[in-house]
Design a protein around this ligand. Structure first.
Ligand code: GAP
Length: 491
């Protein structure tokens, strides 16, 4: 990361704290590493992103329904899914600082420094070599790659590395109060993904909601991973939220559905008005043995292009595994006629296309894209500056600020009338205190797209001054038109 990128990232983190978006968890006790709390505007923004995703998945797709599964699941779930045996990352420890790194993060970090020095070619071939070795799980050669490139620990500065080992990322806890001779009997895991709650409910949902393949099940909720973290704010957390959708399809059609969801998910991101040049696909070279295709949607964060969402063609792996471990059939009867045989397709275990996006990571994406420090050239020749969050109106925490110019002459009463009219439809904010310019700046900083000022002229002709966050332009409109204008912008 260049100094400029690092400064921008730090400015965003400071802004998020100062304006009530994100706080370090248990901050008064010096925080808990990679765990964060969302403040008043943060929780509102997060909810709006979640709702926007949920609506686009369920309301806008007649063949997708939602569920809300528990975080605790039967421990065999994680044996069946492969998480107990395989949900681990190759790690390496620096013997001098005792700091542990994920091998891919260590090498990627080094590649970033090469890119910053203009050695892009070298960085690309290093990353290619890393991916190939990771795919083969050749840890001896991976360590050699680290040594050959003299990749050092950021704390000790040395290249005194241990061998590479696998480290399981699932958190364990104990379930129930009954002591058992075998301590393993009481172990449950905090789910590391929400997807398995969907798979184990596949038949419950299919039958009760009378769904026909192809159909999807969507879910949002917390997931937990004991990540080895670098200082990346909410990009990589130990407790985070996912928004996942599993789309069940007839075997043989997974290729076309993968293509469909790959494109549809990118379009969802672009529907928030974010510049397409900030996105790119990263097609996976290293595929899980059951996976047919997989890609990430990457966004240009201040820390570089990084994954925000994954689209995975998972074959019938998960349902087959649950059938095997639970000994309960996970089949679907397809009554549609196969034109090649003239008979119904019959029983099969559906194939799955998964779309999986991190809500916190999407939040960071929105914040990174929205944050701007702007220099304003004033009419008198002087300059001013403002910090503004250009958050799309449809997900902005507050849509409208209603600001009476003074606290007297009946202006607050008129402003309250507008508040009462708009409050049932969208989130509004009322403020009388301080000069109007100061109040505008505070709304800019939390990303409020519209401010309306009620002044003495409002009493005479029913008009108000509306001020647009992005352009800072102001115009007079009828107070009776404000609600409609804001609602149009939210569409
Ligand atoms: N069910 C598939 C699955 O969980 P994943 O690529 O491990 O796939 C999906 O995770 C998404 O969840 C990622 O693209 C990312 O946005 C988010 N995510 C994963 N680990 C995260 C973490 N430690 N902190 C924040 N978000 C995370």
């Amino acid at each position: 990361m260049s100094t400029q990128q690092e400064n921008r990232f730090q400015a965003i983190i400071a802004h998020a704290k100062e304006y009530g978006f994100v706080f370090q968890s248990s901050e008064i006790y010096d925080g808990l590493s990679a765990v964060y709390d969302y403040g008043p505007y943060g929780s509102e923004l997060k909810k709006n992103i979640r709702d926007y995703w949920w609506k686009s998945m369920t309301q806008m797709h007649e063949n997708i329904v939602g569920i809300d599964a528990a975080i605790f699941m039967h421990p065999t779930t994680w044996k069946a899914s492969g998480h107990v045996d395989n949900f681990s990352d190759p790690m390496i420890d620096n013997k001098d600082s005792k700091k542990r790194y994920r091998v891919d993060h260590l090498i990627e970090g080094f590649a970033d420094t090469l890119i910053a020095k203009g050695e892009t070619q070298k960085a690309e071939s290093l990353l290619q070599e890393m991916e190939a070795l990771l795919a083969k799980e050749d840890f001896v050669a991976l360590k050699q790659l680290i040594l050959d490139n003299k990749i050092s620990c950021s704390i000790s500065g040395t290249t005194n590395w241990t061998d590479i080992r696998q480290f399981n990322l699932m958190f364990k806890t104990e379930f129930g109060a009954v002591a058992s001779d075998n301590p393993d009997d009481n172990i449950v895991y905090l789910r590391p993904e929400t997807a398995q709650g969907i798979f184990v409910n596949f038949l419950n949902v299919q039958k009760t909601a009378r769904m026909k393949v192809p159909f999807g099940i969507a879910q949002t909720g917390k997931a937990f991973r004991n990540e080895i973290v670098a200082r990346q704010f909410i990009f990589r957390m130990r407790e985070f939220e996912q928004m996942e959708m599993q789309f069940f399809v007839r075997p043989g059609t997974e290729g076309e559905w993968y293509k469909y969801w790959k494109e549809a998910r990118l379009q969802w991101h672009l529907s928030l008005g974010i510049d397409a040049s900030k996105y790119r696909y990263h097609d996976h070279v290293k595929l899980a043995h059951y996976a047919k295709e997989a890609c990430d949607i990457e966004f240009e964060f201040p820390i570089g292009f990084k994954e925000v969402e994954g689209i995975h063609s998972r074959s019938d792996f998960d349902l087959s595994q649950h059938q095997l471990y639970s000994k309960k059939k996970q089949q679907y009867y397809d009554a549609d006629v196969d034109p090649s045989t003239g008979k119904p397709y019959g029983n099969y275990i559906p194939y799955v296309i998964e779309t999986s996006i991190g809500l916190d990571r999407m939040f960071l994406l929105i914040l990174s894209n929205a944050y701007d420090e702007e220099i304003i050239n004033k009419e008198d020749g002087t300059t001013d500056s403002r910090a503004v969050l250009r958050i799309p109106a449809k997900i902005a925490p507050v849509k409208l600020a209603v600001l009476p110019l003074t606290k007297k002459d009946g202006l607050p009463e008129l402003a309250r009338e507008l508040m009462d009219e708009c409050k049932p439809f969208f989130h509004c904010f009322y403020e009388e205190k301080d000069a109007i310019g100061k109040r505008y700046r505070r709304q800019d900083a939390i990303g409020t797209p519209f401010c309306v000022t009620i002044d003495h002229q409002t009493k005479e002709d029913g008009t108000v001054t509306i001020r647009y966050r992005d352009t800072m332009q102001q115009e007079r409109i009828l107070m009776s038109k404000v609600r409609e204008l804001v609602m149009e912008a939210m569409m």
